[in-house]
Design a protein around this ligand. Structure first.
Ligand code: 3PG
Ligand code: MG
Length: 396
């Protein structure tokens, strides 16, 4: 899948460019939590490119889910500060999202300056794909760029209706993400190994199903694996199980019996506390009062060996309870194995929880693609429509 991009030599001096980014990162004590590979840092690359070409840049984002109301805890000001640090220029935030006040601020922009609009979701029309709101936003720009893969699965005004009103393009971040992910549709190199962790079966099953014929092996970990154990009648003690997903896991276990790999050993703990007593157990030997918190050493080695032969790796979701550092060893070992294979294999990694874990492990830049997407990546990999992306498609 190819997306329409701005040509490198398009004259942009003085052009008002509306850019949708996804600055939706955790805000802690008034600061945006965003590492060198974070969403804001990665979106800033294109913003810098535009500024250097003398564009007048109007940046739009959402933050959290303020439910259509103006709530100061959801102000994008911390995103403005992060952008300002990254770009080395002042980034004012317009209190109004559209209307005369916002228009005045845009009109006051000089070439190479940038304005951040307040949280789009303060306006209830953002989530309604509303033509009138789209027209108000369109009045603030001459061109539109979507550089927010991670929200492009939503038919929201700023990713969908607005893109129809102006000459619209994919930013480099979006185009690159879609480009790498598209190899799964066209020229996937096999063996393709799918690694699935995390909790919710319901969000992961569609991916496994959609990619089933392409996939050579599916390596499971985390609570997802525990749910498959439960589906096979293997005792899991007090481990986290997605009860609603047990039936689906049972069906998939049957249909993909040759492809699905479950951990042979696990780390079990007496509780989820950092100081909990732990031991390594065979997967079939979990006590009634124990909880599975990680994959065991034999599993790590077996999974690493399989990853070491893969030509394509797709990984979503941690393999243990990574909230506690000691229970993240299995995930770290899988991450190292995938990182080591990058180059020889196309490695695609993502999911809401996986990115921050990889940043912590200092491995975030070691993959073909670390997706910015959580739900968006899941939807894309499940073959679902992506309103923000589909609009920008051009023939291959
Ligand atoms: C995300 O973090 O998943 C994206 O920013 C989209 O946010 P949403 O799930 O609230 O639409
Ligand atoms: Mg989401």
């Amino acid at each position: 899948m190819k997306l329409r991009k701005l040509r490198q030599d398009t004259p942009l001096e003085g052009t008002r460019v509306l850019v949708r980014i996804d600055g939706n990162v955790p805000i802690v004590k008034g600061r945006a939590v965003d590492g060198p590979n974070g969403r804001i840092a990665r979106a800033a690359v294109d913003l810098d490119w535009l500024i250097r070409r003398g564009a007048r840049v109007v940046v739009m984002t959402h933050l959290g889910r303020p439910a259509g109301k103006r709530r100061s805890a959801y102000s994008v000001k911390p995103i403005g500060k992060r952008l300002s640090n990254l770009l080395g220029i002042k980034v004012p935030v317009s209190g109004a999202i559209t209307g005369p006040h916002a228009k005045r601020m845009v009109d006051a922009l000089k070439n190479g300056q940038l304005l951040l609009l307040e949280n789009l979701r303060f306006d209830p029309r953002e989530e309604q794909n509303d033509p009138a709101f789209a027209a108000e936003l369109a009045a603030l720009g001459d061109l539109y760029i979507n550089d927010a893969f991670s929200v492009s699965h939503r038919a929201h005004t700023s990713v969908s209706a607005l893109a129809r009103l102006l000459p619209s393009y994919a930013g480099h971040l979006l185009a690159n993400e879609v480009g790498v992910l598209s190899v799964l549709e066209s020229k996937v190199r096999r063996p393709l190994v799918l690694l699935m962790g995390g909790v919710k079966v319901e969000t992961k099953l569609p991916i496994i199903e959609h990619l089933a014929t392409l996939t050579d092996q599916v390596l499971l970990g985390g609570a997802l694996a525990t749910t498959f154990f439960a589906a096979r009648g293997i005792a899991v003690g007090r481990s986290l199980v997605d009860e609603a997903g047990v039936e689906a896991a049972r069906a998939l276990s049957k249909s993909l019996i040759k492809k699905i790999c479950l951990p042979v050993d696990v780390v079990v703990a007496s509780s989820l506390r950092r100081d909990a007593k732990t031991r390594v157990a065979d997967a079939t030997d979990v006590g009634a009062r124990e909880r599975i918190v990680d994959i065991g050493p034999k599993t790590r080695a077996a999974y690493a060996a399989i990853i070491g032969k893969a030509k394509t790796v797709v990984w979503n979701g941690p393999f243990g309870y990574c909230e506690v550092g000691a229970f993240c060893e299995g995930t770290a070992s899988v991450a190292r194995a995938v990182a080591a294979r990058t180059g020889a294999a196309t490695t695609i990694v993502g999911g809401g929880d996986t990115g921050p874990v990889l940043e912590r492990l200092k491995l975030a830049d070691q993959f073909t693609l670390l997706s910015t997407g959580g739900g968006a990546l899941l939807d894309f990999l499940s073959g679902r429509p992506m309103p923000g992306v589909d609009l920008l498609r051009i023939a291959d």
